[in-house]
Design a protein around this ligand. Structure first.
Ligand SMILES: C[S@@+](CC[C@H](N)C(=O)[O-])C[C@H]1O[C@@H](n2cnc3c(N)ncnc32)[C@H](O)[C@@H]1O
Length: 252
């Protein structure tokens, strides 16, 4: 594992973050639904040699997708996640740093994934980072970026307690302008978060809201979820996500 210079990302008191992440993974359909959509994009990738996962987290996507490639490179700034992945998958080439600091060039990849990571990066830097991601693709390769959609119950939850400020539409527009509409694809992913208890759903909402300061508003958030998400037998929160994929043309 390669530990690069630069700031590392520590998620909310790591133990609590990992507990929330595990709970999230066990009570939602997100990763399965996302894998299906990513599989549709992967069908169009010309060669399956090298896969780069940017912000791999716990490896819920990296590990199943890596089986389709000869080699997998991971960039993960969170030391615990990177260390877990290096133990779990010793063959991965892991850079424990931010994508901004990862020494990847001039390596080229057939598939580059950046799933639910751009929220952690200042939006002003997105064009530069996305250009770098695209630049790392081999001809015939694909870049896939997944982000929370501006519609759906999770977006409403954001609007109720903070604001929804992920400029997904701006990114989509910029990709079309830069790489040509014919090379950009959009797919939606629907994630159903289902819990038996209101407390678990409140944990999930706090996980999605990212900022630990929302924990002080737990009672308020619990009340909102009780009103909005109660269904027979439990609680359900629907999250809509968008997958933006950009292909790099083969040389003519
Ligand atoms: C919400 S998790 C997503 C994990 C995984 N990609 C998925 O979709 O299941 C976000 C991950 O991005 C990582 N991350 C945050 N800032 C990053 C950056 N600048 N470069 C690369 N990864 C970053 C975090 O450490 C965290 O593991």
């Amino acid at each position: 594992m390669d530990t690069c210079p630069g700031p590392h990302v520590e998620m909310e008191g790591d133990a609590e973050y990992r507990r929330q992440l595990n709970l999230f993974s066990s009570c939602c359909t997100e990763k399965q639904a996302e894998l299906v959509r990513l599989g549709e994009i992967l069908n169009k990738v010309r060669s399956r040699e090298r896969f780069l996962d940017i912000g791999a987290g716990g490896g819920h996507l990296t590990i199943p997708l890596s089986g389709m490639f000869q080699s997998t490179v991971v960039v993960e700034p969170n030391a615990r996640q990177a260390e877990f992945l290096s133990r779990r998958c010793p063959k991965f080439d892991i850079h424990n740093c931010r994508f901004e600091d990862a020494p990847l060039s001039p390596a080229s990849f057939d598939f580059v994934l950046c799933s639910h990571v751009l929220y952690y990066v200042n939006e002003a830097l997105w064009p530069e980072l996305v250009a770098r991601m695209f630049g790392l693709l081999t001809p015939g390769g694909r870049l896939a970026i997944v982000l929370q959609a501006p519609v759906g119950q999770v977006a409403d939850l954001f609007r109720a307690f903070t604001r929804y400020d992920v400029d997904l539409l701006g990114l989509w527009h910029a990709l079309n302008e830069t790489y040509g509409e014919e090379n950009v694809e959009v797919r939606t992913i629907r994630n159903e978060i289902w819990t038996e208890s209101l407390e678990d759903l409140t944990d999930m909402a706090l996980f999605l809201l990212l900022d630990a300061r929302f924990r002080e508003r737990r009672d308020e958030i619990r009340g909102y979820l009780e009103r909005e998400c109660r269904v027979e037998g439990g609680y359900r929160l629907i999250q809509e996500e968008v997958l933006l994929a950009v292909g790099k043309s083969n040389p003519s």
